[in-house]
Design a binder for this molecule. Structure first.
Ligand code: SF4
Length: 336
């Protein structure tokens, strides 16, 4: 029968393990500042570390300080984010930088409540900032911690439901130590992603195995409890491809909705197709909530009003949805 460790033994074991096996050389871990931690944490939401590294380095070259980010044009911010997905995050980072300049004299605050009032900063990011930037008490629960805790403590139920989520945060609060916070938080993320991984679980190398519920009961594959599978609804999207004198007509999308604030081919409603031409299937793209089947229409002699014409060189500097940019790049005549 497994028996969970006390919070102090738990953190001690994790920190010792992290020292020897964890990650220490990620670009945001080297001379960490609150700004570096903030940007990396926002980028790491829903995105793999290996993907984030390049983006993070380019970001720091272009916006080395919070004030340079706050003063930047949103288009430049979106351009740098291109390909990372979940574009809402880029807009939020920009807003957050402006908010911190106005309300906190350009310094990220060191208090959980004040951090959570910054646009885009939720409970996890606030805890991560306290731990990683300030080495202070800051409980964190992300996908890695959820998986690790559900297995280690034997928590049943879908982890994103309110009740289980609350249970996980309660445990995080109890098990987060009052010192070595940077190392403890990194240990949770490293152990969760490298050892207590979603598929290739390495229990034999885990420092927690002698007190782990899932290991003792052979329930690693059953925990965390999986969400019942949902079939994604499908939608069709119709986009206009209009070229004149080697310039392509693009429109800035509204802030809300998919690809918000990015430049894109103008999209039209299904009832207007006939007016513009025959749609040709171009690509499919999976969003969290639906699957998009995108079609292109090549209209002749039409009046376009809401957007602008761009040359290929100008297009390369815009923030565009990755599948749309890919589509443009394939048209070699146009973007070479
Ligand atoms: S023993 Fe296995 S299941 Fe338990 S925490 Fe370690 S890796 Fe995860």
């Amino acid at each position: 029968m497994s028996h969970s460790l006390t919070p102090s033994s738990f953190s001690q074991i994790l920190c010792t393990w992290q020292k020897q096996y964890g990650r220490h050389d990620l670009p945001w871990q080297i001379s960490p500042t609150a700004y570096k931690v903030f940007i990396s944490e926002m980028m790491l939401q829903q995105t793999q570390v290996t993907t984030v590294i390049g983006y993070f380095e380019r970001w720091m070259n272009q916006f080395p300080t919070l004030s340079s980010l706050a003063q930047a044009h949103l288009d430049d911010v979106m351009h740098l984010w291109q390909g990372l997905g979940y574009y809402q995050r880029a807009r939020r980072i920009h807003q957050a930088a402006q908010y911190i300049m106005t309300h906190h004299k350009g310094e990220l605050p060191q208090c959980l409540q004040a951090l959570q009032s910054i646009p885009g900063v939720g409970r996890y990011t606030a805890g991560a900032l306290l731990s990683f930037a300030y080495n202070q008490y800051g409980p964190i629960v992300d996908g890695n911690v959820r998986r690790l805790f559900c297995r280690y403590f034997g928590i049943e139920g879908v982890p994103t439901t309110r009740q289980v989520d609350q249970q996980l945060w309660d445990l995080a609060e109890r098990y987060t130590p009052t010192q070595n916070n940077r190392q403890f938080a990194q240990a949770l993320l490293d152990l969760g992603s490298q050892i207590c991984a979603p598929k290739k679980i390495q229990c034999d190398n885990c420092p927690l195995k002698s007190s782990c519920y899932a290991y003792q009961h052979n329930k690693q594959a059953d925990l965390p409890t999986k969400k019942p599978k949902k079939v994604l609804p499908e939608k069709k999207g119709y986009f206009l491809w209009t070229v004149k004198e080697n310039k392509l007509f693009l429109e800035k999308r509204p802030q809300q909705g998919i690809w918000g604030s990015l430049w894109c081919l103008p999209q039209i409603n299904e009832d207007l197709i006939e007016q513009y031409g025959t749609p040709e299937h171009a690509f499919d793209h999976k969003f969290t909530h639906y699957q998009l089947h995108a079609y292109l229409i090549y209209p002749q002699n039409i009046e376009l009003t809401r957007g602008q014409w761009f040359t290929p060189t100008e297009i390369k500097k815009l923030g565009l949805p990755a599948p749309i940019y890919k589509l443009m790049s394939k048209s070699l005549k146009f973007l070479s």
